[in-house]
Design a binder for this molecule. Structure first.
Ligand SMILES: [Fe+2]
Length: 293
């Protein structure tokens, strides 16, 4: 197995000659180290069936099964299916993740590692955008860093909640009330230390963040969130902000990334094309939120 930094781009490494069936404990340990050091791993030439993909998840940590069953793979609930196969109307949910987010940030205990394994790679636009929120925090003006440290940030899925088949014909207020009951807003540390790299992570995303409260429980004005999103590149509709990294992939690639440090956003082609991806998410052995910054 070889792990080499990607030459073009802000972050990431490619992994070649990795075979799960013959991987040693040392290989798995190297992969786990590399996720935090390189933020994104592109594991090349994988030919895993769904069960083997789940096995890889189990090798890296403790799998989190997604809380909404409509995303589950029909035989392996550990796999979250995004996108749909042509002619297949039951497996997967189309157009997921088309907004900046960190996976599960609206949950009490998010997971540290996300893996996606594209099954049907679209011919046109393909890829995922990423922003490193450790670097983005380091680049903020000092007065904003100081203002954010010690605050908490409100996260909720309510802005982009996708209705389920069972929601059709339900009054919208009932669906909204259920969202608030199942996934009540979480107040996470806005800035925390990554438990492995020690970097300060800015835990704010355009999709899930609704504002900040300070140590006395007072809300900061909405302009603070607006400024944070603007300066971190998350409001750039042209995706040309130098903080944005576009990670492309080809068939056989399997992506693994640091879900603490990165926010990401799917790139969907403007005209619908068949695309499908499997995702497995895992908790590592570290607490998600390191020490408060
Ligand atoms: Fe995601």
């Amino acid at each position: 197995m070889r792990i080499e930094p990607q030459l073009d781009g802000l972050m990431g490494a490619t992994v070649t000659d990795f075979r799960l069936a013959s991987a040693s404990d040392a290989d798995i340990a190297s992969l786990r180290e590399a996720v935090y050091r390189d933020s994104i791993l592109l594991i090349k030439d994988q030919r895993l069936d769904p069960k083997e993909f789940v096995d890889l998840g189990n090798a890296l940590g403790v799998i989190e099964v997604y809380y909404e069953s409509m995303y589950h793979h029909p035989e392996h609930k550990e796999i979250f299916v995004s996108g749909t196969k042509p002619g297949n109307d039951f497996e997967g949910v189309p157009q997921t993740g088309k907004f900046w987010h960190a996976d599960y940030s609206f949950m009490p205990n998010p997971f540290g590692i996300t893996m996606t394994y594209p099954q049907i790679v679209p011919k046109g636009n393909r890829g995922t955008y990423y922003i490193d929120m450790a670097k983005a925090f380091a680049a903020l003006p000092g007065r904003l860093q100081d203002q954010l440290r010690g605050t908490r940030v409100e996260h909720s899925p309510r802005r982009y909640f996708k209705i389920r088949p069972s929601d059709v014909y339900r009054p919208i207020h009932e669906v909204q009330a259920e969202v608030e009951q199942t996934t009540p807003a979480m107040f996470h540390p806005t800035v925390f230390r990554h438990p492995v790299t020690g970097e300060e992570i800015l835990y704010v995303s355009e999709a899930a963040s609704f504002g900040f409260i300070d140590e006395r429980g007072l809300r900061l004005g909405p302009e603070v969130l607006e400024e944070v999103l603007e300066l971190t590149g998350q409001l750039d509709s042209t995706f040309t902000d130098p903080q944005i990294h576009l990670q492309t992939f080809v068939e056989g690639d399997l992506l693994v990334w640091d879900n603490r440090a990165l926010v990401h956003r799917a790139l969907h082609s403007p005209k619908p094309e068949p695309a499908q991806s499997y995702r497995v998410t895992v908790h590592d052995e570290h607490p998600f939120f390191g020490a408060s910054a």
